[in-house]
Design a binder for this molecule. Sequence first.
Ligand SMILES: NC(=O)c1ccc[n+]([C@@H]2O[C@H](COP(=O)([O-])OP(=O)(O)OC[C@H]3O[C@@H](n4cnc5c(N)ncnc54)[C@H](OP(=O)(O)O)[C@@H]3O)[C@@H](O)[C@H]2O)c1
Length: 303
Amino acid sequence: MRVLITGGTNGMGKGAARALAARPDVELIILGRSQDNGDATLAELSAMGAAGRVSFVLCDLTRLRDVRVAITELHDRHSSLDALFVNAGLGYRPERVETEDGLLEHFQVNYLSHFMLILGLLDLLEASDHGGRVVFNATDFGTSLDWDDLQMTRKWGYEAAVVQGMVAKRMLIHHLHDLHRREGGPDLSFFGFQVPKTVWSNQLAIIPAPMRIMATVMKWFGRFISIDASGRMMVPLFVDGREQTLVRSGRLLTWKNGVFEDVDEASSDVLDPAQRQKLWEVSKNLCDDDGIREIAMRLESGA
Ligand SMILES: NC(=O)c1ccc[n+]([C@@H]2O[C@H](COP(=O)([O-])OP(=O)(O)OC[C@H]3O[C@@H](n4cnc5c(N)ncnc54)[C@H](OP(=O)(O)O)[C@@H]3O)[C@@H](O)[C@H]2O)c1
């Protein structure tokens, strides 16, 4: 199994990478924004026994031009991909940041760059012998998008920006699932995983001191799990066979009592096809890339 993890240099992505590195049948590709963090992660995973089975792609998801280069690089290096973990994401930020593409940093990293990456890699996932799948690190936070202020220029808060990314990711899961379930479409799977407890990730090193103190207290009360525990939970999502992965498509799953179970998404705009179509159109336009537009058209036509 060849698994690509975005943001595999820290936090939940690294937890998943460590758990998968322990399996000799898994080849890992880590995508990250920092060459130093990438080198350190490759050294760490290699020391765990994954030497020769791990590689790194440098890509800063705040830049659409980086995503384009990463898509090309991945095609140059690989002929197929079995799983893509849509994981890299921003949490705490002291202030709103705009990217060089003129977009809200949270929106671009947590959602739009992944939209572009997924579409750009669909052909590699379609070439998988195991049932290509895209696993989204998602939560059921939020029910709708503020279409009048998608880039949050009028009202911004880091928590609201995180929630917006989660809503957009869940809309994309359902939309891609629906497009692929049309007659004759390639049998790829798209599903989300909601970690059942907060993960003690690198976010804890970024948040302000008072928040860190509160989190440390909550840790004593068992409110957190480690990145390794979250990674171990997720392993089947990446390595299970085609049949199991197809059954998971279009769902948001969590882990409870040793099994995966559905998270209820009742009464959310995420379930409204018109809202999802709107986001799909907005995303295509924001990517402004002929290749991505062509791939989207192929999906839309059911070819
Ligand atoms: N922690 C939780 O309890 C929890 C719960 C539910 C969902 N999540 C989701 O899990 C995902 C990972 O979060 P985490 O808590 O594990 O945080 P984390 O430890 O801060 O890890 C975030 C990862 O994303 C990478 N990243 C950030 N900006 C990037 C960019 N511009 N380009 C490429 N990579 C970038 C980071 O790279 P560096 O290594 O270079 O910093 C890091 O590898 C997020 O999508 C988050 O919303 C987390």
